[in-house]
Design a protein. Structure first.
Length: 397
């Protein structure tokens, strides 16, 4: 009897994206650079006017930050679910090193920020800004190094960023929630229950999920919880397997199909638009005293040194204690360089900064300055460290 050949399991969007991440990262860099140029030109007034113009019930900026970014969080949720159930985070041994690294990389930057701002209750609210890692920027810089960096370090960074995103979602839901409407929150819970019921009933068509997902977004928006949380909740209900498919039949998976459909629009449209709309900050009157004030300094030092100490320190501790293994063919220098790259916190840091200081333009500008300074320094030093680290470690004979 001839053995049946099984079709190879398609790689997830995250895995396939590792080889082309530089493209999305470069587009995001260009969008942010363009925003900075416009914000410091005679077009600055028009730039702000467009962002604050209303389309229906929301301004253009709100449609971007509450609407488009919900699509970004939907993709984040899909990637989290896929990697935990069927990918690099499917086993505890694989989760341990990036998980502990992510935990350290959130705790230490937050502590540094608090140390800078402990005397200022007004700015203390931004403690979570330096806790995030921007996966597009970080993997973009890493991809520019090509084969100099072991493939296992790209997997480590991607897995850590995914866990980091999960932490950011939890932080947003718990600490950056406005006044709660019990009515809309209850209706959102009912809608989420309906989505969960669709999953349990084996419904694999995406349309019912997307219709209920749009309703969930509206209800979460009105409830006081940030609307982007709806994207993650929707992602958790999208089926990973086709009801009638074989266990390894990911080709027909609704989750895989939606993840694939969203990956390029999010990388090349949604995130760059968000970066363009939110990175614009005027440097007029910005001097050394502004850069060293508590808010931007806490963010910049948190991203640069907090991520380095938190990620590298937790990873070294885990490896030395035997809780996790060093990534394949990697050196300590590679781990150091990647830990520095984790300090690139652009997209998610900007998003948390908006939630913390969105009603205070002056403080929000300081947040942007801190994020730009810390992310640029972390990216440049991380790139340099990895260039000097040497190639992948030769396998032991």
């Amino acid at each position: 009897m001839t053995a049946r050949l099984e079709a190879p399991r398609p790689a997830s969007t995250l895995r396939r994206f590792l080889d082309s991440e530089a493209a999305g990262g470069l587009v995001l860099m260009a969008a942010a650079a363009l925003a900075l140029i416009i914000a410091n030109s005679i077009a600055a007034g028009a730039y702000q006017a467009v962002l604050h113009a209303y389309i229906g019930p929301l301004s253009v900026a709100h449609w971007i930050n509450d609407g488009l970014m919900a699509v970004f969080f939907l993709l984040v949720g899909l990637e989290i679910k896929r990697e935990i159930l069927d990918g690099q985070l499917a086993t505890w041994s694989n989760r341990m090193l990036p998980g502990l690294g992510a935990l350290g990389g959130m705790a230490v930057p937050a502590a540094i920020y608090v140390a800078f701002n402990i005397q200022s209750p007004e700015t203390l609210r931004g403690w979570a800004v330096p806790t995030a890692t921007d996966i597009a920027f970080a993997l973009g810089v890493l991809s520019l190094l090509g084969s100099r960096v072991p493939a296992s370090m790209k997997v480590f960074l991607a897995a850590l960023a995914i866990i980091d995103d999960l932490g950011a979602v939890v932080i947003i839901a718990i600490f950056y929630t406005a006044n709660i409407s019990a009515l809309y929150l209850g209706l959102a819970a009912v809608t989420f229950g309906a989505l969960f019921a669709l999953n349990k009933a084996g419904i694999v068509r995406l349309l019912p999920y997307l219709i209920l997902g749009a309703l969930l977004w509206f209800l979460v928006l009105r409830s006081g919880v940030h609307a982007t949380v709806a994207g993650v909740l929707l992602a958790m209900t999208i089926p990973l397997r086709h009801k009638r498919g074989a266990p390894d039949d990911a080709r027909r998976s609704p989750l895989h199909a939606l993840e694939h459909a969203l990956s390029k629009p999010v990388a090349f449209i949604v995130v760059p638009i968000f970066g363009f709309a939110n990175a614009g900050v005027s440097f007029a009157g910005v001097g050394l005293d502004t850069m060293l004030s508590a808010l931007p300094a806490g963010i910049a030092f948190g991203l640069l040194f907090g991520k380095l100490v938190g990620v590298f320190g937790a990873s070294v501790l885990a490896i030395r204690l035997g809780l996790a293994a060093m990534p394949l063919h990697a050196r300590w220098q590679h781990l150091l360089g990647v830990s520095l790259l984790c300090g690139i916190g652009f997209t998610m840091s900007l998003f948390i900064g908006l939630l913390a200081f969105g009603d205070n333009a002056a403080l929000l500008d300081q947040v942007k300055i801190g994020i730009l300074a810390g992310s640029f320094a972390a990216g440049a030093l991380g790139y340099l460290a990895l260039r000097l680290a040497g190639g992948p470690k030769a396998p032991a004979r």
